[in-house]
Design a protein around this ligand. Sequence first.
Ligand code: ATP
Ligand code: MG
Length: 380
Amino acid sequence: MSSKSFRVVVLPGDGIGPEVVAEAIKVLEIVSEKSLDFDLKLESHQFGGCAIDAVGEPLPASTMTACLEADAILMGSIGGPKWGVNAAVRPEQGLLTLRKNLGLYANIRPANLASESLLDYSPLRPDIARGVNIIVVRELIGGAYFGPRKEQNAEPNVDAAWDTMIYSVTEVQRITRVAAQIALSANPPLEIHSIDKANVLASSRLWRKVVTETLTNEYPQLTFDHHLVDSAAMVIVSHPRKLNGVIVTENLFGDILSDQSSVIPGSLGLLPSASLAGAPSTPSAEFKPTLGLYEPIHGSAPDIAGQGIANPIGTILSAAMLLRYSLGLERPAQAIEDAVRKVLDTPAHGGHGLRTADLGGKATTKEIGDRVVEALLGLL
Ligand code: ATP
Ligand code: MG
């Protein structure tokens, strides 16, 4: 029997990026080794600050080409004080270009507790944080981040400046469909919460109209509601379970709300993300993006880089999302998530599961990776 081969481009990046990515690679290699049906071909490329140091630009042409030809991309994190805001070339410019060139318009960030045993780490009271299961779907390449902008008069005499929030019907339709497909992939289907500022903004009025029409006409089996962004921000910290399901929102609101909801589980180091391209054109229960970039939600954490103590779980869970969304491999994706939960829950030294320093433990990055691999071997 011939096994299917998938090409996965790995961009370790800067700071703790290479450290956490190394553990996710171990996990993917075990998944590949244990499967008779498919084979993962992993190849690393330079991207971010390390690429600026090596070749003078954050996104070398060879990296761009490899990404375009990949089945999926796994990234660590990029940037750091060495390439700060005043540097002529910055790593973040490379990331914006990469997202735009690959058409990665849908950013998916689950914000749920990987384990009940982490409730103590949430900044919210346990009775408020318990049972939160929110997936934020943020539009990533439109709105105020990419609309026309201008500063009136030249520096240092700028006396007015503006950014333009633009959304087309097509842009709202495709992100709504992604949210709907994700809602449908759960059993039972998740509820959708669309978030906007339709009482003030014209772009939000269009957003609300298109979301309503798309969901009503194409996904009659799904339930949805609308929230104003200011009220939603309040609900996320006061009654987050009310927003359980899929939150769908535009770029700027999504930037803020996804960071806000990501603190609920207790550490930045725990959470994965996916940025997807390729619109689902017809309503169906199966969602296959044309390309996806997967990365933990945290940054390069220069304060702890090189010490081997970063939490690799967000990156390992990003690898699970990669298998699920880009390669359609639900079973190993689920197995990785179960293995992570097992490591967090199985009592280690002091009564609770194995933890890195961000969760009050002493485990190293490598120890967590090794234990996840060990747990995974029993689940695949
Ligand atoms: P960026 O601008 O790249 O998003 P940031 O300034 O938001 O970066 P991070 O790099 O995410 O910040 O780090 C914020 C804090 O969280 C730091 O103290 C860092 O050490 C900690 N942190 C981030 N990721 C991890 C991780 N995987 N494990 C442990 N601690 C982490
Ligand atoms: Mg940040």
